[in-house]
Design a protein around this ligand. Structure first.
Ligand code: NDP
Length: 257
């Protein structure tokens, strides 16, 4: 029988990159409700502080860390600050992400680099940075955020799709490399979720809103709250034998024929 004890995160510490809004904050809320202390990481200090203050109302410790996760020294300091202020690191959610919507022939190299560094290289930097701590503590959980673009292509997402395909393969590599350290690494593939990121997409792509509704069996856009449950599952001992997977959270978008 599954009991709530399997999902209890009391005493655990989670770093959530991009945890100051959208899907990241939805995951952070779930982790906090299950008892985890949270380090909210982002570039915008005001948003990070607001998110941390809100998470504290759930009865856990929450801190704001202002860091650009594409910058290795900033990531090193993110890990140090979390250890200094929260004492341990059990869970890392690599969620920070951006998109630049252009066809391949119109994307310049700086735009390509920016998307790849934010969505993919950051996950490498953060995972590598927390690994020694997780190993020393006897285990950990890494949750990487992919996309429907981990599976499908689209004419306007060359760098984004490359980064999101890459993150699934990166997840599998970490899962294999660190299984002996009792670290499980999994990816979550969101469908179309109503956040700041997709508000811009709806403005830029004619008919997107209706096309998403028509193709999604659940017949709605996802909400950031749809990510609380999967975050708790993948961060808790309930998922100790689950590693290297890529789990769609998409209202059925990816299985629609
Ligand atoms: P938002 O734009 O709402 O959130 C993105 C977050 O990433 C913000 O908190 C932002 O914080 C942070 N961020 C961006 N760049 C950096 C950086 N260099 N350093 C630190 N933090 C950074 O988008 P979503 O919530 O929609 O997206 C979250 C993740 O989910 C992304 O990886 C996205 O690709 C993925 N996703 C989203 C989907 C959707 O439909 N919404 C679908 C599939 C995947 P700040 O601005 O403070 O830096």
């Amino acid at each position: 029988m599954i009991t709530s004890e399997r999902f209890d995160l009391t005493g655990k510490v989670a770093i959530v990159t991009g945890g100051n809004g959208g899907i990241g904050l939805g995951m952070a809320r779930g982790l906090a409700e299950a008892g985890a202390d949270i380090a909210v990481v982002g570039r915008n200090e005001t948003k990070c502080l607001a998110a941390a203050n809100e998470l504290k109302t759930r009865g856990v410790k929450a801190i704001s860390i202002v860091a650009d996760v594409t910058d290795k020294p900033a990531v090193t300091e993110m890990t140090r600050q979390t250890l200094r202020e929260l004492g341990r690191i059990d869970i890392l959610v690599n969620n920070a992400g951006i998109n630049i919507r252009k066809p391949p022939h119109a994307l310049d190299i700086d735009e390509w680099d920016s998307v790849i560094r934010t969505n993919l290289t950051s996950a490498f930097l953060c995972s590598q940075s927390v690994y020694p701590t997780m190993k020393a503590m006897g285990g950990g959980k890494i949750i990487n955020i992919g996309s429907m673009m981990s599976i499908f292509g689209a004419s306007f997402t060359p760098a984004y799709a490359a980064s999101k395909g890459g993150i699934v393969q990166f997840t599998r590599s970490c899962a294999c490399a660190w299984a002996a350290d009792n670290i499980q690494a999994n990816a979550v593939l969101p469908g179309w979720i109503d956040t700041d990121l997709t508000k811009r997409a709806r403005e830029q792509i004619d008919g997107l809103h209706e096309r998403v509704l028509a193709r999604t069996p659940a017949a709605r856009w996802g909400a950031s709250s749809d990510f609380a449950g999967i975050a708790v599952f993948l961060a808790s001992r309930a998922s100790d034998f689950v590693t290297g997977t890529a789990i769609p959270v998409d209202g059925g978008f990816s299985i629609m024929g």
